[in-house]
Design a binder for this molecule. Structure first.
Ligand SMILES: NC(=O)C1=CN([C@@H]2O[C@H](COP(=O)(O)OP(=O)(O)OC[C@H]3O[C@@H](n4cnc5c(N)ncnc54)[C@H](O)[C@@H]3O)[C@@H](O)[C@H]2O)[C@@H](O)CC1
Ligand SMILES: Nc1ncnc2c1ncn2[C@@H]1O[C@H](COP(=O)(O)OP(=O)(O)O)[C@@H](O)[C@H]1O
Ligand SMILES: [K+]
Length: 544
């Protein structure tokens, strides 16, 4: 599991070490330089006589340091000094009139080149540090940096406030315009120091210009913005450097990480493996209210995913025609009422219009799941998706999991009095998923290129899926998969509702892995994603 700690928590953890004179910046910069050298050597790998690839030489490689006003720039300067001593050609572009003095002195002593950025070539020189420096206009600097082998982005770290301003912002704007995208040919390797400069460190927003990184080297612990969309898509490969911070720090956030990302091992460890005492009812029965005669496919996909995810039994409720289609596709499904350990409500149910009685069935199931029908049935977890999201007219327990995409979340929020559109949700997914959790009480799984899950006191962010998963019906598969996972842990999740979020995050991971497994490297159909679930689960279990 990757735990991300807020900027405040990281600062709180740094304080006692800095007060004790621990050289945190030296540690950070040395590790940063080591990662840069290793990445470069691998990019310059050459085949040996035996045909094996060997790391190439990094001597003479050109390094462009983008240096901002704070300690993030200090990290970059010190790393640049290490690299210059190893024979790399280092040029620092100073984006502020004052930069970290120790770092600047170290780079000077190591023989690095230092220039100050101005708006245009020939501009008036600012006074960076003590010495007067040659100047270069932003456009010229960007052109020069784009020809380097490595760009080290040390413009802003956890001290960033709002959109990146000044020379740094102008430089990043220009670089974003002229650099090929990550993975493109002719692009220097871009290494972000701590975070890609200018991202919302605690919320993953993109308030202004940000240079997409090929690698982010972060210190002490991951930061929330590295895991959360939309910023998570700009971080490239990761590397968390241990600089000796003791996290969790003093209980500012209750000793909890701000955001967690589950990894394969976490999901494998929690996956219920049936033993000799188990039978279909202990494994969990999933009740599905999905599909209408207009949208029968959603019912098939939801039920198929629940079967594939190992539900003990799947019961289907809906119009006869749809039930026939479901049973034809998955003969394991029982088209009859009965007790269930988790519900999946709403896939293929339109928000309004003809519903073949499905809205009434979903409403009744939601009330039962929430524990509002006292004496009839114990409460059980429920997945509320698509058209069933419009049925939320009272507070829910957190064992009810909403699975909207951004458009559906915006509609839900508007129905609860907020003024937001789809693009607003996409720009600030954490904020709006949190708001929906506050307003409804439910656990909220917000779908998208990365998935954010918010439950009571916990936030998860998963980015496990290839873009090919963005296809109609993929959400129905997630709903069925999550339903089966909740059914398997029904009593536990009702007793500890905050755990619903971890189950939802695990479902997002398995869903993403299933898409990865199902895609031939090209388009993938939703049913193929459902069919890939058993192989993914087997792979996870084999590795534990
Ligand atoms: N405290 C330490 O000794 C350590 C700090 N570390 C590094 O230091 C970073 C944090 O350093 P700082 O607190 O100095 O913060 P930053 O390096 O993020 O810089 C903050 C400064 O940038 C300017 N600034 C803020 N927002 C801006 C904006 N939107 N546009 C333009 N300029 C803006 C302000 O002058 C502010 O003082 C970390 O991210 C990490 O890279 C590491 O070296 C580990 C040790
Ligand atoms: N760009 C993307 N990359 C990876 N996964 C994506 C992307 N866009 C969407 N997804 C995932 O695909 C699924 C789409 O679900 P949804 O929008 O509900 O479609 P539908 O309602 O047609 O089933 C979600 O699980 C979502 O997280
Ligand atoms: K940075």
């Amino acid at each position: 599991m990757i735990q991300a700690w807020s900027a405040d928590d990281v600062r709180a953890a740094e304080e006692p070490l800095l007060a004790a004179g621990v050289p945190l910046m030296q540690r950070a910069a040395f590790a940063l330089a080591a990662v840069v050298r290793r990445d470069l050597a691998r990019r310059r790998a050459v085949a040996g006589p035996d045909g094996e690839l060997r790391d190439g030489s990094v001597r003479g490689a050109r390094v462009a340091l983008l240096v901002g006003a704070g300690n993030n720039g200090g990290d970059a300067l010190h790393a640049g000094a290490f690299l210059a001593r190893r024979g790399l050609a280092v040029t620092a572009y100073l984006a502020a009139s004052r930069v970290h003095e120790g770092g600047l002195a170290a780079l000077d002593a190591a023989g690095g080149r230092v220039v100050a950025l101005t708006a245009a070539d020939g501009g008036a020189a600012p006074q960076p540090g003590a010495a007067r420096r040659p100047t270069v206009g932003v456009t010229t600097a960007a052109a020069a940096a784009s020809g380097a082998d490595v760009i080290i982005d040390g413009l802003l770290g956890i001290g960033a406030q709002g959109p990146m301003r000044g020379m740094g912002g102008a430089l990043v704007d220009e670089l974003s315009r002229i650099l090929p995208p990550p993975g493109g040919t002719g692009r220097p390797w871009v290494v972000a120091v701590d975070v890609p400069s200018g991202v919302g460190v605690d919320d993953g927003t993109l308030p202004g210009p940000v240079l997409p990184a090929d690698r982010t080297v972060t210190f002490g612990a991951a930061k929330p913005g590295l895991l959360l969309p939309p910023a998570t898509h700009l971080t490239g490969a990761g590397a968390v450097i241990d600089i000796g911070l003791a996290l969790p720090p003093a209980a500012r956030t209750g000793g909890r990480p701000a955001v967690v990302r589950l990894e394969d091992a976490d999901v494998a460890a929690a996956w219920p493996v049936p033993g000799p005492q188990d039978h279909k009812y202990t494994r969990g029965v999933v009740g599905v209210v999905a599909g209408t005669t207009t949208y029968p496919g959603a019912a098939v996909l939801t039920a198929a995913a629940a079967v594939r995810a190992g539900a003990g039994m799947v019961r289907y409720q809906g119009p006869d025609d749809v039930a026939r289609a479901v049973v034809a596709a998955r003969p394991e499904v029982v088209p009859a009422d009965g007790r269930v350990q988790a519900w999946v409500l709403g896939p293929g149910l339109p928000a309004d219009g003809v519903d073949d009685g499905q809205r009434g069935r979903a409403r009744a199931a939601l009330a039962a799941a929430s524990g509002l029908l006292a004496g009839t049935q114990d409460p059980v977890p429920a997945v509320v998706d698509a058209g069933a999201l419009a049925l939320l007219d009272r507070p829910c327990p957190a064992w009810v999991v909403l699975t909207p995409h951004a458009g559906e979340l915006a509609a839900l929020l508007v129905a609860h009095g907020e003024d937001v559109e789809r693009v607003g949700v996409e720009a600030e997914p954490l904020r709006w998923a949190r708001r929906a959790h506050e307003l409804t009480g439910a656990t909220v799984l917000l779908k998208g290129g990365a998935t954010v899950v918010v439950g009571p006191g916990v936030t998860y962010a998963q980015a496990d899926a290839p873009g090919w998963l963005a296809t109609a019906g993929a959400g129905d598969v997630l709903a069925g998969l999550l339903g089966a996972m909740l059914a398997a842990r029904s009593a536990e999740v009702v007793a500890h509702p905050e755990r619903a979020a971890a189950v939802a995050a695990a479902a997002a991971l398995v869903h993403g892995r299933a898409a990865e497994r199902a895609t031939p490297g090209g388009p993938v159909a939703a049913l193929a994603v459902a069919d890939a679930i058993p192989g993914v689960v087997a792979g996870l279990l084999a590795a534990r």
